[in-house]
Unconditional design. Structure first.
Length: 297
DNA sequence: ATAGGGTTAG
């Protein structure tokens, strides 16, 4: 019945899963941590976080199963998504004090750090960043990436750059996400030259820019009144058979709309039905030449 | 079974 619960949860019918779970309990069937955690996922997916907290803290032990790290992390994420990261931190503290079989792991810290950054609680996020390392949970590529992202969004590109160097120094390899947030940060500020540097560093590491790299590049062009260049980039992409996704269309459509290019909008709208491929790896040279053009112009 | 990146509308 765990599988059935999971289905209810994933098909966005949490109430079905919960009703079913209630029946299972009334029938006197035993449950275990995995199934109980699926119930937590159901509740959190239905934005019923408080009930999930209640089950986590009280009902699970009544049912004879001890919450594990997955159970906690799912509820913590839900609290953070509700912009209640401080409540999440309180729960994390309770968990630590229980001194049970498991303790907060890298997922836990990443979840709450991300929550604090999202709420603008920068110092609380930074405190946790330092705390996790002290407690023997080293920050990983996700921790660094979300921290760098927060710095970029605060327009603190120098600090973001320092964190990037620090992670490399500590042996944590940046990935696409890491470089994408850096490139996005520089492009947003119109610092095309710096963005180009990041792009080259990224490819030098053997990383292949993806649809997110291209989309944020195009969006920045549009925001700087250079929709025409974004459109050219887009056209050369599609001409090579790469299939843009919905977000990319939105970006360009919005760019056209802003500049009053309604005929182009209609054309693009009609071409959305055209087929293409998903691969974007061959866009690298395109991006490179675009960046070069921008630097020279 | 859990964590991070791109867009728009209002």
């Amino acid at each position: 019945y765990g599988i059935l619960m999971n289905c209810c949860c994933r098909t966005r019918r949490p109430e079905l899963g919960l009703a079913f779970f209630g029946r299972v309990l009334r029938m006197g069937l035993r449950t275990n941590v995995v199934v109980a955690t699926t119930v937590l996922q159901c509740l959190c997916g239905a934005k019923r976080t408080d009930e999930a907290v209640d089950i986590l803290l009280h009902r699970m032990s009544e049912l004879g199963c001890v919450p594990d790290d997955f159970s906690y992390n799912i509820v913590l994420k839900s609290l953070c998504d509700d912009s209640r990261s401080q409540r999440a931190l309180d729960l994390l503290r309770m968990w630590e004090n229980e001194r049970g079989v498991c303790s907060p792991n890298v997922y836990t810290y990443n979840t709450v750090i991300h929550g604090f950054f999202k709420e603008g609680e920068v110092s609380k996020a930074c405190n946790l960043f330092h705390e996790m390392a002290q407690k023997g949970v080293p920050p990983n590529v996700v921790t660094y990436s979300l921290t760098i992202d927060a710095l970029c969004k605060a327009r603190a590109m120098d600090k973001a750059q320092l964190f990037l160097r620090q992670m490399i120094h500590k042996g944590v390899r940046p990935n696409n996400v890491t470089y994408n947030v850096m490139i996005h940060g520089y492009c947003t500020l119109g610092q095309w030259k710096e963005a180009g540097k990041m792009f080259r560093e990224m490819t030098r590491q053997g990383l292949i820019p993806d649809i997110v790299t291209w989309t944020s590049f195009m969006a920045s062009l549009c925001k700087h009144g250079r929709t025409k260049e974004a459109a050219e980039f887009f056209d050369s992409m599609t001409a090579k058979g790469h299939k843009p996704d919905l977000v990319m269309y939105h970006v360009l459509l919005h760019g056209y709309a802003t500049e009053g290019c309604f005929a182009d909008m209609i054309n693009l709208f009609n071409s959305m039905a055209t087929k293409g491929t998903r691969s974007v790896s061959r866009c690298m040279d395109l991006f490179n030449s675009n960046i070069c053009t921008l630097q020279n112009g």
